[in-house]
Design a protein around this ligand. Structure first.
Ligand SMILES: [Cu+2]
Length: 285
C-alpha cells in the first residue's frame, strides 16, 4: 500500500523516525538554522549596550537618590539583560526572513517539507525547561526585590500611621489640579511648593488629593503612589544623595497634567533644619 504513495504522502510513523538527537543534529546542520543562530549571537551582543543606555537615560537627572531607586534600577537592568537572548532570537528570525531567505525566480517550493521540530522531544524539553527557568528566575528576583522595596518604603507596619524611626520626617503631600504642596507638621506646619528633604533621614509621606486622583512620583527617589481624594496613602523613603531631583504627577489628571511637576531638594540635615527655621518652623522632632 505504501509503495503506491509519493514520498511526501507517506504518513509519519513515529517508530520509523530517527532518534530525536539525530533529528536535532540534522536540524542544526541546516544552513538557515546556522545563520539564524549566528545572527542571534550577533544581535544579542549588539543589544547589550541597551542595558547601560537604559541606566544612563534613567540617571540623566542625577539619580538614583535612594536605595529603593537603586533596587528598582538594578531590577530593570537585570530584566533587560535576561530578556536579551529571546529578543535577539526573535530579531534574528525576523531579519533572516526579511533579508536572508531568498528563492530564485521560477523556483518552486520543495514538495516535501523538512521534518517538523514540533514533536522533537529534545527541542521541546530544551525550550520548555529553559523558558521555565527563565520565568522562575524573573518571578523570584521580582518578589525578593518587591519585598525589599516594600519594607524600605512602608516599614513593617504600613497601616499604623506611626513613625518607623524616632528621627523620621513627616511630609503631608497634597495634589490638586495642577500643583503639589508639602506640609511639615513637625515644623509648625511649614508649607512649601518644593519638596525639601534631609539626606539620610527617613521620610514618611502622607499623600492625598483635594480634587481628582493624582499620582505622587518622586522620580529619583523611586517613590510613586496614588494621591486619592478623601484618603491618605502612606509611603516612605530615605534620600541618600544631595541634589535637586524631580516630582511629577503620574496620573492623567486634567488639562495641565503634564505641567504638574516640581523640584525635590535634598539638603544636609543642618541645611534642612536651618531652612525650616527660616520658614518659620521651629523643629519639634
Ligand atoms: Cu495630577
Amino acid at each position: 500500500m505504501a509503495d503506491t504513495m509519493l514520498p511526501s504522502e507517506q504518513p509519519e510513523v513515529p517508530s520509523s523516525r530517527p532518534p530525536a538527537q539525530h533529528r536535532l543534529r540534522e536540524w542544526l546542520s541546516r544552513r538557515y538554522v546556522r545563520h539564524i543562530l549566528i545572527l542571534t549571537v550577533v544581535v544579542g551582543f549588539g543589544l547589550l549596550p541597551l542595558c547601560w543606555l537604559l541606566l544612563a537615560a534613567m540617571n540623566q537627572s542625577g539619580g538614583p537618590a535612594s536605595t529603593v531607586m537603586e533596587d528598582i534600577q538594578q531590577t530593570i537592568f537585570v530584566f533587560t539583560l535576561v530578556s536579551i537572548p529571546i529578543t535577539a532570537f526573535v530579531f534574528a528570525v525576523l531579519l533572516y526572513s526579511l533579508f536572508g531567505w531568498k528563492g530564485s525566480p521560477g523556483e518552486t517550493p520543495p514538495n516535501n517539507d523538512n521534518p517538523a521540530i514540533r514533536s522533537n522531544t529534545v527541542a521541546v524539553i530544551t525550550w520548555t525547561v529553559s523558558s521555565s527557568l527563565l520565568a522562575a528566575f524573573l518571578v523570584t528576583w521580582g518578589l525578593i526585590e518587591l519585598a525589599d522595596i516594600t519594607a524600605d518604603a512602608y516599614g513593617s507596619q504600613p497601616t499604623t500611621g506611626q513613625l518607623r524611626a524616632a528621627d523620621e520626617v513627616i511630609v503631608n503631600v497634597t495634589g490638586q489640579q495642577w500643583v503639589w504642596t508639602f506640609e511639615y507638621p513637625q515644623y509648625d506646619k511649614v508649607t512649601t511648593d518644593v519638596l525639601y528633604l534631609p539626606k539620610d533621614r527617613p521620610v514618611l509621606f502622607n499623600v492625598t488629593s483635594v480634587d481628582v486622583i493624582h499620582n505622587f512620583w518622586a522620580v529619583e527617589l523611586g517613590v510613586k503612589v496614588d494621591a486619592n481624594p478623601g484618603a491618605i496613602t502612606q509611603t516612605g523613603v530615605t534620600p541618600n544623595k544631595l541634589g535637586i531631583f524631580n516630582v511629577r504627577c503620574a496620573e492623567l489628571c486634567g488639562l495641565h497634567h503634564a505641567y504638574m511637576e516640581t523640584q525635590i531638594r535634598v539638603l544636609t540635615q543642618e541645611e534642612f533644619e536651618a531652612f525650616m527655621r527660616e520658614s518659620g518652623g521651629g523643629s519639634t522632632s
